[in-house]
Design a protein around this ligand. Structure first.
Ligand SMILES: Nc1nc2c(ncn2[C@@H]2O[C@H](COP(=O)(O)OP(=O)(O)OP(=O)(O)O)[C@@H](O)[C@H]2O)c(=O)[nH]1
Ligand SMILES: [Mg+2]
Length: 410
């Protein structure tokens, strides 16, 4: 299979505890050919990092020792041992150690696309990831005084996955989340930051309420499933849709936030494709109105044998997708693809990536907390973690998000 090298090579960069936990679950996939072992988990807190690494070792039944795994997949950054759940501290820690972060990521030399992962309610992941993405895209030229070239990074696509806190979590989590979304979308200059921002909301994916470890596992599994389907479509599809296709038009439209909507293990002998797309659309990862979608991609994954026997074909998928968008009155930029999975049987999986939708149904859950805390947090020196948040910075965060959301809510 000589052409394997032409497929997109992904790398997963996770920061903070929840981000690390999600990333560690990538390892329990028996095949993740798009990622291989290009996974880096970062944290400001060494104990958390060890827990994540131990978890990873468990997931992959690794024969690598803990130290070895720490060296190949973990990075402790900043001097604070935590970010005190205040995102400017997480950002300050990343700023302190940007050169070390870049050096570690350079070990993945040749990755074409990054999937950055962070929970948005925390301080570490949410503080560091938007900052790091901006630096990777715009700031590295300033950093390179040791002659090391990071030129390969210029063409890397940066996607980010952000996880919204449970609606019932304390106000500071919501303050972080709103700020984090704004900073993933826009940098301090008001320009696009991440090339694509994927969102999932804990409460929306877990209707049993507050998270215990178990609930996180199933939510994280849903996130991994979506990423897996998304990455898979860039590999073995007949008509490849790949990450470049996902990001180009939405960026031009200034509508580059997405939610996955997923349905798995649907009996392909029984159900029509159009019904399967509907099933997926009923399972969006954030609260949203499908009719407000501005860009949509459909990825249908079916057993190789079904595709070979033409029980399911690409034209079937295209026309089902067309019918589906028509039915919802969505006049969107879009594309559909059919991708094989190994084996027989008739279980079909569907991923819809829905983009550019009205974000207000999500933001509604956090806006009051955000506004309530903003006044008291701006202008303070933070909580001793080295980061502060000026009134000007906070105003910019508000303005960036508002202008982005308003455009897309029309
Ligand atoms: N889906 C999911 N959410 C998580 C997980 N762990 C924590 N969270 C959510 O993430 C938020 C807390 O963020 P953490 O990831 O613990 O924070 P951090 O990035 O380590 O930053 P600090 O605040 O500095 O500890 C809360 O909203 C939690 O509900 C997880 O494994 N999965
Ligand atoms: Mg933490």
């Amino acid at each position: 299979m000589a052409q394997i090298d032409t497929f997109t090579r992904w790398s997963v960069i996770a920061s903070g505890e929840g981000g690390g936990r999600i990333a560690s679950q990538f390892f329990n996939r028996s095949e993740n050919p798009g990622i291989d072992d290009r996974i880096l988990v970062m944290n400001t807190n060494r104990a958390d990092l060890r827990n994540t690494i131990d978890r990873m070792r468990g997931e992959m039944a690794s024969d690598q020792g803990e130290e070895e795994m720490m060296q190949s997949h973990a990075l402790e950054f900043g001097t604070q041992q935590g970010a005190g759940n205040f995102f400017p501290n997480g950002e300050a820690c990343a700023r302190e150690d940007l050169d070390r972060i870049v050096r570690r990521i350079s070990d993945f030399n040749g990755a074409d696309a990054f999937m950055h992962v962070a929970t948005l309610g925390g301080g570490t992941g949410n503080g560091s990831i938007p900052y790091a993405v901006d630096q990777f895209k715009n700031g590295l030229a300033d950093l390179d005084d040791d002659g090391a070239s990071e030129d390969w990074m210029d063409s890397v696509i940066h996607t980010a996955f952000g996880v919204w806190p449970y609606y019932t979590e304390p106000p500071q989590r919501h303050f972080n989340a709103v700020s984090g979304l704004s900073r993933l979308l826009r940098n301090a200059d008001g320009n696009q930051n991440a090339d694509m921002v994927l969102l999932a909301a804990n409460s929306h994916l877990d209707d049993e309420g507050r998270g215990s470890g178990r609930h996180y596992d199933s939510i994280n599994d849903a996130i991994i499933t979506a990423v897996d389907l998304m990455i898979g479509a860039g590999r073995e599809t007949h008509s490849v849709i790949d990450i470049k296709d996902y990001v180009t038009i939405p960026s031009q439209m200034d509508a580059y936030h997405f939610t996955p909507a997923v349905a798995t293990d649907l009996n392909g002998d029984v159900y029509e494709l159009k019904y399967m797309l509907d099933q997926a659309a009923e399972n969006t990862y954030v609260p949203m109105d499908v009719a407000t979608t501005q860009a949509a991609y459909a990825i249908v994954r079916a057993p190789e044998s079904m595709i070979d026997n033409e029980e399911i074909t690409e034209p079937d998928v295209y026309s089902a997708f067309q019918d589906w968008t028509d039915k919802h009155g969505i006049n969107v930029a879009g594309q559909a693809s059919l991708t094989p999975k190994r084996g027989r049987g008739s279980d079909v999986d569907v991923l819809l990536l829905l983009g550019g939708f009205d974000l207000n149904p999500l933001l509604e859950h956090s806006r009051d907390e955000f506004e309530m805390l903003g006044d008291s947090l701006a202008g303070q020196g933070g909580s001793g973690g080295g980061g502060d948040l000026t009134r000007t910075e906070l105003d910019r965060i508000v303005e960036n998000l508002e202008s982005y959301v308003e455009r897309n809510a029309e």
